[in-house]
Structure formats: structure tokens, C-alpha cells
Design a protein around this ligand. Structure first.
Ligand code: ADP
Ligand code: MG
Length: 718
């Protein structure tokens, strides 16, 4: 590969490392494989942690019993086979004395530590042998000193430990950094003003990078982390608030009418009194919907906490103001269930509801679309079929998206676009209020960052009269007892779910190929029919069945004509059959924690005590942790925190969920304080400067858009 031997002009932040003369070409290659290509990349390649390097001392002065650092020349080495614990020994000399080094079980060191080499070693010194003995270190940390590392460590030193590779170990990375850092630092411009930084007690950006790479003390390393992590959080939060301000400037929604009379009318439709938590959330939603600023609210509540009535309340409020509302569910099954239960609640009312799913025939669909466009349908319930271009509303004021974890930010935006165009005399586009509902509780910290463009309401209370679900984890050998218990329950008139992992290909009925995905379901079904549950009325439910068949099966299950459903995760969300009191999950170790919790939420919906049995043979520590967590609690929030702990935020709500880029520096668990501070500061900042176009804000805006512009849809602000 052609490589410029001379770097053209002075070192710039944008200079490729391959052109940096002070770096060996092999290093540049190795760094490239770590994703580090330019000088700027290298400066941003931060240490993962730091090690304390004790002050070096002449060998004569090393104090036995303490951790010491020394350097010298290797005078001799040998391997002593010594039975169970072979060892490698080296003698290290400086001008004051001799230090013996001993490594047990590391005889390969004989090829790496050679007489004549200069080493720096660290470890606990001790006296060994008769007559005061020799000074010795057992299993010292060591490094070979080449010409670059000869400078003696004066005082105790904090040494950075970098993300590294075999070809480019941490010490090499440190050397590479040190060769560009002095030239790079003066070129780093700060996007925060001196004044702002002083008020927050934060170091300048260049200084923070210096302290991260070359901390003079632990305090400096901490100060560097504080600045860089804060920066990252601040930029994200600024992006989120910028987006909000932009929405406020460019969009408006219908402010809905609310009165005590309307409220009474709506509540009269519910067969129960709302729980305190539901009442509070209704209040929050009403406050949103009666403003002309588009609502964008996440309603989170554990499975069974009663989110549907909140959705219904919001939709009825739209209808009461003469507008339309749409409810989008992730599956046809769920859309149909909502359609039925809402239809039930609205029996006799003059509110017209419409179901729009992919299962409708052409003619049915045409006439449904016509009613929606003419405003003859008040509430429209459907699946993603609502998103297609030919769905036109006359006056869509409220959109509710159920089980949001199945939908992306993008789909929310599409539905939003379905309101009429800007009203005359107002430059702002008219969009519907949006509520999204999820039973996958999002830990507060994550909600603040990743779903920052949403307000959050939480239903943290279950309706009264629920008995907690008992959860057991058992091995496959206990299967006979488990199904014995299921038989008892079925004989008592209860119903059961048997869940089997299979790849759920979604709502489509396209059955071509991939039959093996359902092999498990089929074999379990056959086994149960022949043995454990013979004579019982069983039915299979999975994503490959046509919507009509699934609907039929669910209908029969709800009507009590089927004793046990043998199902894949299609029953995961929302399905509500109070008489189903037993769930058995086969191969439970193959499901994620959130999924298990969702599945379990299908039982425990009536007054009777429900049981969930997880049959599993966990093969990984993570799987074991998941199952233990399931057995320990039924609290969805606790489980979500646990999930976060087991998998880390990147996995739980990574790019898939919200599109936010992962953090390089900040740690959401550890840096909660910084997050709260960054959020507050960002809110105040955008309040002051809603477009981030004030004096001295250019650089900040530019960096923010580069990082977050795309996923936040801020492109047009640039
Ligand atoms: P979610 O969607 O949050 O999982 P649902 O809205 O399906 O929960 O409600 C679960 C069950 O609880 C439903 O049968 C519903 O009728 C019932 N329910 C909801 N709110 C109440 C309440 N305040 N009192 C009694 N039952 C309620
Ligand atoms: Mg629901």
C-alpha cells in the first residue's frame, strides 16, 4: 500500500494516522483495525480505566512488604520445571542491587524476557531466603522498556489502560497517543463558552482530553470523565429539546374540548372505576390533548395495568370534539380484540368504530376507507394497515399506538403525517396528538435519554382484585408433574397456554418455506395430544395461520371451546382471557426477559390465582439470571432494571429502539447525576435559544447535528 512518508504540512486533527510520520505504519494499520483512523479519532480513543503506577525507586531502596516499581537490566534467566508449579526466574540488576523475579506457571516467558533486556516491573517486594535473604517479587507485572519508555517515573503515576488489540496493546496505544497529543490539543476547539464551563466547574475540552490521556492524578482522570460524559449527555439532550422546539414551531394539533360533563360521559362507558394511577394518567393526557401543541406521550404500565381505558378515554375525547381518533395495534389479533372490547364498551353510544386490518377483503376495505375519509368513522382501530398511503382521515386528532416496542420512531412520524394540511393563516402543519403505550417498562434513566422526545406517564398500580401469579422454574424432567397439574386445572374448568419458541414471522399468512420454524410447535402439539393432554381440546396458534383462522381460534378460546392453546409468541401482547390461569413455557431459556414477562402477563387476569411454569435447561449464565429474575418478581419495572443490568443499555434499547447512537463515554448507570444535570441545562438552553443560532453557538450546533441530526430528524434545522 502506498503510504506518504512525509506528512503534508503540519499535523491536523483530520490527518490520517497513516500519514503521521511519528507513527510506525504497522501501528497505523493496527489502530485502523480498532476503528481509529485519524488524529482526532486517536484523541477520542479514551482509556477504559486507569492503573496506579507506584513511584520507581532504586532496587536498594525497595521496601519489603509494599508494592514497588523498579527498573533494571535482565542479567540472567532460567526455567525451573519443578513438578506441579514450573517457574520462570529472572535476575534484574540496577547500579544499586539485585532483584529476583519469579513467575509461576509462565515458562513461556523465557522467549519474551531475555538477558540484556531492560524491564520495568511492579509488584509486592519481599525478602526471601536465609540471612536476610534476597529481594524478590513473585508474579510481577512487567513491561519491556524501549527507547520511548526510558523516561523514569518520577512520582506515583496514573497510567491509562486503553481498549486495545493483540497487535496494538494498551502501552502501544498510549505511546501513539503521546506522539500526537501535543500537536492535537491546541487545535481542539471548545463548543462550550468559558463562562458556561466555569459555572459548571468543567474543564475546557482540550484540557479534558489532556487529563483523560495524561492524568496527573486520579482527580484529573475523574474531571476529564465528568466533562466528556457531560458533553455527550448535553449534546443529546440539546438535540432532543431542539427537536421539541422545532415541533412546537412547525406543528400544531387540535386542542380538544374537555368539561366535567364530557368526563362523566366518558367514564360512564367503563365498567369499573379507574385506579388512582389511571386517574392521574388520564389527567396528564387531558392536559396534553386540550393544548394546541401536539402531544407526544409515552404511557407505560405493566401488563394488565389497564392501559386500554386510557387509550379509549383519549379517543372518546377526540370524538366528543367532533374529530377522529386512531388506535394502532401491532398484530391483527390485538386489533381485533381492541375492536371487540371497545365495541362492547360503546354499545348503544353514537360513536362509530371501524376496524382496518390487512385481513379485510378489497370491497370491505374500500368502503371502510370511504367512511374514514368522509368522517363517518369516529374511532378507527387497526394494524400497520393504517399506515398505507390510501388511508385518509377527515379530521384525525388523536393517534394511539399500542405496544410501542413493536413500532419505530418512523411509524409514529408516518401516522402523524395523516392529519389535514396547515390551516389557513397558520404556518404550522396540523398533526394529531400522539400517545404511545408500552408494557415494556423503560427504566427512567433510559426514558430520559433515548425517548427524550416523549413525555412519560406511568401506570404504577394494578387494578384491584388481582392475585399475584406464582412462577416456578423447573427442568424438563419435571414435565410430567407440570402437565399433571395442567390437567387438574383444565378439569376444574380453567384454560391454559402452552408456549413454544418458534420464529414468529409476524402477521402475514404467507406460508412458503421455513416450516422447520414451527417444527417445535408441531411436535409439542402432537406429544400433548397423544399423551399429557390427550382428550383435551387443544388448538395451535402461530403467526403462519391466516388472520381469519387465528381470529377463529382466539374466538373459540375466549368462548371456552378450547381448553389449551399451544402457541408461539403471537399471544405475547395484549391478549386478555381471564379464565386462562395456567401458562407453561417450554424451552423458557430461549426467550428474553421482556418477552417472558409479556407472556406471563397473559395469565393472572381474573380473580383466580394463576400459575406460570417455566420449563428450562439454561445453558448460559445470562439465561439462568433471566429465569431467576422471573421467579423472583412479577414487577415489570424491577424486571426491566434487571434486564438492563444483564444485557446493558445498548442491547435493551439500542439503535433498534430509538435510533440514538450509543454512548462513548457516559455510563447511564453510573452517570445518573450528570444526566439529570445535562437534561436540566439543555432544557434551559433551548428555552433561551430555541434554534441554537445565538452568538457563539455555531460550533455546538454543528457538532450536535453531526451526532444527532439524522436520527432526531433535525436535518432541516442545519
Ligand atoms: P394492559 O393493556 O395495560 O395490559 P388492559 O387494558 O388490557 O391492560 O387491562 C387489563 C384488564 O384489567 C382488562 O380486563 C380490563 O378490563 C381490566 N381493568 C382495567 N382497568 C381496570 C380498573 N380500573 N378496575 C378493574 N379492572 C380494570
Ligand atoms: Mg394492552
Amino acid at each position: 500500500m502506498a503510504r506518504a512518508a512525509e506528512q503534508p504540512g503540519p499535523l491536523r486533527l483530520s490527518t490520517p494516522l497513516a500519514e503521521v510520520r511519528a507513527l510506525r505504519p504497522a501501528w497505523a494499520d493496527a489502530l485502523a483495525r480498532l476503528g481509529v483512523f485519524t488524529v482526532a479519532d486517536l484523541v477520542k480513543h479514551l482509556p477504559m480505566r486507569y492503573e496506579r503506577l507506584e513511584a520507581e525507586a532504586p532496587i536498594r531502596d525497595l521496601a519489603p512488604g509494599s508494592i514497588v516499581t523498579a527498573r533494571g537490566e535482565v542479567s540472567a534467566t532460567r526455567v525451573r520445571p519443578g513438578g506441579r508449579r514450573p517457574r520462570f526466574e529472572a535476575a534484574l540488576l540496577d547500579h544499586t542491587g539485585r532483584l529476583d523475579l519469579v513467575w509461576f506457571n509462565q515458562t513461556y516467558l523465557k522467549d519474551r524476557i531475555l538477558p540484556g533486556m531492560r524491564l520495568r516491573v511492579q509488584g509486592q517486594a519481599r525478602r526471601f531466603g536465609p540471612h536476610g535473604g534476597w529481594l524478590q517479587i513473585v508474579n510481577p507485572k512487567w513491561e519491556a522498556l524501549d527507547e520511548d519508555r526510558e523516561a523514569a517515573v518520577q512520582g506515583a503515576r496514573i497510567r491509562p489502560v486503553y481498549p486495545a488489540s493483540e497487535a496494538m496493546n494498551s502501552a502501544r496505544v498510549e505511546q501513539a497517543v503521546s506522539r500526537v497529543l501535543d500537536a492535537a490539543l491546541p487545535q481542539i476547539e471548545d463548543h462550550l463558552s468559558d463562562e458556561f464551563r466555569r459555572a459548571k466547574d468543567l474543564p475546557a475540552l482540550a484540557e479534558a482530553y489532556r487529563m483523560a490521556h495524561r492524568p496527573a492524578s486520579e482527580e484529573e482522570a475523574a474531571a476529564a470523565h465528568r466533562r466528556l460524559a457531560y458533553d455527550e449527555l448535553l449534546l443529546l439532550q440539546l438535540g432532543v429539546f431542539l427537536r421539541r422546539a422545532q415541533v412546537r414551531r412547525t406543528m400544531r394539533a387540535e386542542p380538544l374540548r374537555w368539561s366535567e360533563q364530557i368526563d362523566r360521559h366518558i367514564r360512564a362507558r367503563f365498567p369499573f372505576a379507574l385506579t388512582r394511577a389511571q386517574d392521574r394518567v388520564v389527567g396528564e393526557v387531558v392536559a396534553d390533548l386540550t393544548r394546541d401543541e401536539p402531544a407526544n406521550r409515552l404511557i407505560q404500565g405493566d401488563v394488565g395495568s389497564g392501559k386500554t381505558v386510557i387509550a379509549l378515554y383519549a379517543m372518546l375525547l377526540a370524538a366528543a370534539s367532533g374529530h377522529q381518533a386512531a388506535l394502532m395495534a401491532p398484530t391483527e389479533l390485538l386489533a381485533e380484540q381492541h375492536f371487540l372490547s371497545i365495541g362492547e364498551a360503546l354499545r348503544g353510544a353514537d360513536v362509530r368504530i371501524e376496524l382496518l386490518t390487512g385481513a379485510l377483503g378489497r370491497a370491505e376495505r374500500e368502503s371502510a376507507l370511504a367512511r374514514i375519509a368522509a368522517g363517518e368513522a369516529d374511532l378507527v382501530i387497526g394494524t400497520h394497515a393504517l399506515l398505507t398511503g390510501d388511508v385518509k382521515f377527515r379530521s384525525l386528532a388523536v393517534v394511539v399506538i399500542d405496544e410501542q416496542h413493536r413500532f419505530g420512531v418512523h411509524q409514529r412520524a408516518t401516522l402523524r403525517g395523516k392529519a389535514a394540511d396547515a390551516a389557513a393563516g397558520d404556518a404550522r402543519a396540523l398533526v394529531p396528538h400522539t400517545l404511545v403505550m408500552t408494557a415494556t417498562p423503560i427504566p427512567r434513566t433510559l426514558a430520559l435519554t433515548l425517548l427524550g422526545d416523549l413525555d412519560v406517564s406511568t401506570i404504577d398500580e394494578l387494578p384491584p382484585g388481582r392475585t399475584p401469579i406464582a412462577t416456578r422454574v423447573v427442568g424438563p424432567d419435571k414435565s410430567p408433574e407440570v402437565y399433571g397439574f395442567v390437567r387438574q386445572r383444565l378439569d376444574a374448568g380453567d384454560q391454559a397456554y402452552i408456549v413454544v419458541p418458534a420464529i414468529d414471522t409476524g402477521a402475514s399468512a404467507a406460508g412458503a418455506g421455513g416450516d422447520e420454524d414451527l417444527a417445535d410447535l408441531r411436535s409439542v402439539m402432537a406429544r400433548l395430544e397423544a399423551h399429557e393432554l390427550s382428550g383435551r381440546r387443544l388448538a395451535a396458534l402461530h403467526g403462519r395461520l391466516s388472520a381469519r383462522t387465528r381470529d377463529h381460534v382466539m374466538h373459540r378460546f375466549r368462548a371456552g371451546l378450547i381448553d389449551a392453546l399451544v402457541a408461539t409468541t403471537v399471544i405475547e401482547v395484549g391478549v386478555d382471557v381471564p379464565n386462562a390461569t395456567v401458562m407453561v413455557i417450554e424451552h423458557a431459556d430461549m426467550f428474553g426477559l421482556a418477552q417472558l414477562h409479556q407472556l406471563r402477563g397473559r395469565v393472572g387476569r381474573g380473580g383466580k390465582r394463576s400459575v406460570c411454569v417455566l420449563i428450562a435447561e439454561p445453558k448460559t449464565p445470562d439465561a439462568e439470571l433471566r429465569l431467576a429474575a422471573m421467579a423472583a418478581t412479577t414487577d415489570g419495572f424491577a424486571l426491566a432494571e434487571k434486564d438492563l443490568e444483564i444485557r446493558g443499555p445498548g442491547e435493551v434499547f439500542g439503535q433498534k429502539q430509538a435510533g440514538a447512537p450509543p454512548f462513548r463515554v457516559a455510563d447511564l448507570m453510573r452517570d445518573r447525576d450528570l444526566l439529570v444535570m445535562a437534561r436540566r441545562d439543555a432544557a434551559a438552553w433551548i428555552e433561551r435559544s430555541p434554534e441554537l443560532r445565538g452568538p457563539g453557538e455555531d460550533l455546538l450546533r454543528k457538532r450536535l447535528l453531526k451526532l444527532h441530526g439524522r436520527w432526531l430528524g433535525l436535518g432541516d434545522v442545519g
